[in-house]
Design a protein around this ligand. Structure first.
Ligand SMILES: Nc1ncnc2c1ncn2[C@@H]1O[C@H](COP(=O)(O)OP(=O)(O)OP(=O)(O)O)[C@@H](O)[C@H]1O
Length: 367
């Protein structure tokens, strides 16, 4: 019987993934990574539900204390990112560095098990011709989570199963009900786990970052108002800027050196290109010449046509959009696809390399 470790968050998706594999004859071991410090946060309720599920299925259950790892990789990453004017995407970082890598290591080293599974909505296919594991969008495009998985290595993909990638979410709930799982009706998590735990990203960040008043300026440097810390803003943001203006104003840049929030109209908030670092090529070898693809610059933005141009050194690319894009946000992931197939992705770099951002201070540009 094939043994497999299933990552359990206590939600309906991972419960159904575990129950499905168990039903298919896998010898399933449930495992929850305990991620957040502090009483009553995030995982505690999840652990109770995950333990109940394992009891119901009659399978072993493990909890791995990963709070240090989460703090080192995610909390520090967020705090230093927001303090320096970027908006980091914690989920892809968490998947690679905190969840999949350590979960596989624990499975192999502590349990002698060589496979792991999660309730993510995405598909993995081995391509015999290229010898690569390809990551594909979930059949249910509305639930597709491949964007958050772009940074998984070939080795991780080779050891992973996503049992829900081929079914619509509605089917997941049906299966959960048929198996009589107590999580069948559990509401969807609506946001990042950190936001669910703290109410908002600002609440979370302000445990670590002090509010520091600064100026809100336009792209010519005229002072329009005051803010309470650049960590409270994101490129492309319109709501909550607190300025009355005839035309809607958007955050177009954040200058950590001058502690300024720079705002402009929608045209200033669009870009025709950007650079991307820390690239992970997933379903194809790194190309030596430009390729055409469709890119997503945020989880919920639709994919748009793009030319991906490899830059010297191999770890960065330039993205040239066919049409100017709004809200290209440093720190977020840009992930490019060929139809269903996720080709690669990386982290959008700050505006220094992006034309037209000369309203940032020299020091910021030199960073
Ligand atoms: N703390 C954790 N420990 C182990 N695995 C986890 C943990 N959190 C999430 N996972 C795994 O990652 C998958 C995707 O997590 P995500 O936070 O996106 O939850 P979700 O899509 O709401 O799924 P679920 O309904 O299972 O909570 C989960 O289905 C689960 O398999």
């Amino acid at each position: 019987m094939t043994r497999i470790v299933v990552g359990l968050s206590g939600g309906v998706d991972s419960s159904t993934a575990a129950a499905t594999l168990h039903h298919q004859g896998y010898e399933v071991v449930g495992l929850t990574l305990w991620l957040m410090k502090g009483k009553g946060q995030c995982c505690s309720e999840g652990m109770v539900d995950a333990a109940a599920l394992c009891e119901q299925l009659g399978i072993p259950y493990h909890v791995v204390d990963s709070r240090e790892l989460f703090e080192k990789n995610i909390i520090n990453y967020l705090v230093s990112g927001y303090s320096s004017g970027v908006t980091p995407l914690p989920c892809s970082q968490c998947n690679k560095a905190v969840k999949f890598g350590p979960m596989l290591k624990y499975a192999q080293e502590e349990l002698g098990i060589d496979r792991i599974a999660t309730g993510h909505y995405a598909r993995i296919e081995y391509n015999g011709e290229t010898g690569r594991y390809q990551l594909l969008r979930a059949v249910d495009h509305n639930k597709d989570q491949s964007y958050f998985l772009y940074d998984l290595t070939q080795d991780l993909l080779a050891h992973c199963l996503f049992p829900l990638g081929n079914i619509p979410k509605t089917e997941t709930r049906k299966i959960a009900a048929e198996f009589g799982l107590s999580t069948a009706d559990k509401p969807e998590s609506q946001d990042l786990c950190l936001i669910e735990a703290h109410g908002s990203m600002q609440n979370f960040l302000e445990q670590y970052i002090e509010r520091q008043k600064g100026q809100i300026v336009d792209t010519q440097g005229n002072v329009l108002g005051e803010h309470e810390g650049i960590h409270r803003y994101t490129i492309g943001q319109r709501r909550g800027i607190g300025l009355a203006a005839p035309e809607p104003l958007y955050v177009v840049a954040l200058d950590p050196i001058k502690n300024q929030v720079i705002v402009g109209d929608r045209t200033v908030a669009t870009q025709e290109e950007c650079t991307v670092k820390q690239i992970n090529w997933v379903s194809m070898e790194p190309p030596s010449s430009p390729i055409r693809a469709e890119v997503q610059i945020r989880y919920r933005t639709p994919p748009v046509p793009v030319t991906v141009i490899p830059l010297e050194g191999g770890d960065r690319v330039k993205l040239v959009f066919d049409e100017r894009q709004f809200g290209v946000t440093p720190g977020q992931a840009a992930v490019w696809y060929n139809g269903e197939i996720l080709l690669g992705g990386g982290i959008i770099e700050p505006a220094k390399a992006n034309a037209g951002k000369d309203f940032l201070s020299g020091d910021t540009l030199a960073k």
